[in-house]
Ligand binder design. Structure first.
Ligand SMILES: [Zn+2]
Length: 231
C-alpha cells in the first residue's frame, strides 16, 4: 500500500499543475506536506512543430514534468498516458481518478475548473468534471466500484478542492515566497515555454501573480475556486 499524501494534483497535461498551482505546491512541500501528481495525458499533441513526432513529444513532456515536480519537492508523479485531446467523461476514466484518490487519501485535491466558459481546453473541462464526480460521491461510497474495495482501496472523503483556471475565484493562495520556484518549475517545460513566446517569463509570471493577489494582503498569489466538502 502506498503512503498517503496531503495533496493530490490531478492534471490533464504535463505543465498544467505548474501553471495552475506550482507556487502553492512549493509552499506545501516547504511546510513538509506530501504532494503527489496524477498526470492523465502526456501532452503529445502540444506542439506547433510540424517535424515533431507525438511519441517523442510525450517522452520529452514526461521528462519535463518529472523535472518540474522534482524541483518543487513533489513526492511522486503518476502518468495515466491517456490520449491528449482525448479525455472523455466515462466510467473507466472516473474509476482511474477514484483509484488515485483512494490510494493517496488526500486532504486536498487540486484540478482545473470545468466551468470556465467558452474557450477552455476540452481536456481541462473534462478532467475538472470527472474529478469533481470522483471526489463526490464515487471515492466516498463503498458501493461505487466494489472491485476497488476488493483490492483493499477503502472509500475516502476528500476535505477540500482547489480548482485553478477559475472565473469564480473565492480563494487566493500566497505565493510571494515561492514565485521563483514557480518560474523555475515552468522553465522545466521547455517545449511549451518556447512556444509561449514570452521574452521575460519571470516578469510575466510576476505580473500575472500580482493581479491574482488583488484585494488581498499578499503581494503575489495563485487564485482558485475553493470547495469545502461537508463531512
Ligand atoms: Zn493543459
Amino acid at each position: 500500500m502506498k503512503p498517503s499524501a496531503e495533496a493530490l494534483v490531478i492534471a490533464a497535461h504535463p505543465d498544467d499543475a505548474e501553471f495552475g498551482a506550482a507556487g502553492t505546491v512549493a509552499r506545501w512541500t516547504r511546510e513538509g506536506k506530501q504532494v503527489v501528481y496524477l498526470v492523465c495525458t502526456s501532452g503529445e499533441k502540444g506542439t506547433a512543430d510540424r517535424t515533431m513526432e507525438p511519441l517523442r513529444l510525450a517522452g520529452i513532456r514526461e521528462g519535463e514534468q518529472e523535472a518540474a515536480a522534482r524541483l518543487l519537492g513533489v513526492r511522486e508523479v503518476e502518468f495515466l498516458r491517456l490520449p491528449d485531446q482525448g479525455l472523455e467523461d466515462t466510467p473507466e476514466f472516473r474509476k482511474m481518478i477514484v483509484r488515485a484518490i483512494r490510494t493517496y487519501r488526500p486532504v486536498t485535491v487540486v484540478t482545473s475548473d470545468p466551468y470556465r466558459r467558452y474557450i477552455w481546453h476540452r481536456d481541462h473541462r473534462i478532467i475538472g468534471q470527472v474529478t469533481l464526480d470522483a471526489v463526490f460521491p464515487f471515492a466516498r461510497d463503498h458501493l461505487a466500484y466494489p472491485d476497488l474495495l476488493d483490492e483493499g482501496l477503502e472509500p475516502h472523503k476528500v476535505r477540500e478542492m482547489l480548482l485553478f483556471g477559475s472565473e469564480d475565484v473565492n480563494f487566493r493562495s500566497d505565493i510571494t515566497a515561492t514565485l521563483d520556484m514557480k518560474v523555475a518549475a515552468l522553465r522545466c517545460h521547455e517545449s511549451q515555454i518556447r512556444e509561449l513566446g514570452k521574452n521575460d517569463l519571470k516578469a510575466w509570471v510576476r505580473e500575472w501573480s500580482c493581479s491574482m493577489a488583488e484585494g488581498t494582503e499578499c503581494e503575489l498569489a495563485e487564485a482558485f475556486h475553493r470547495i469545502e466538502i461537508a463531512r
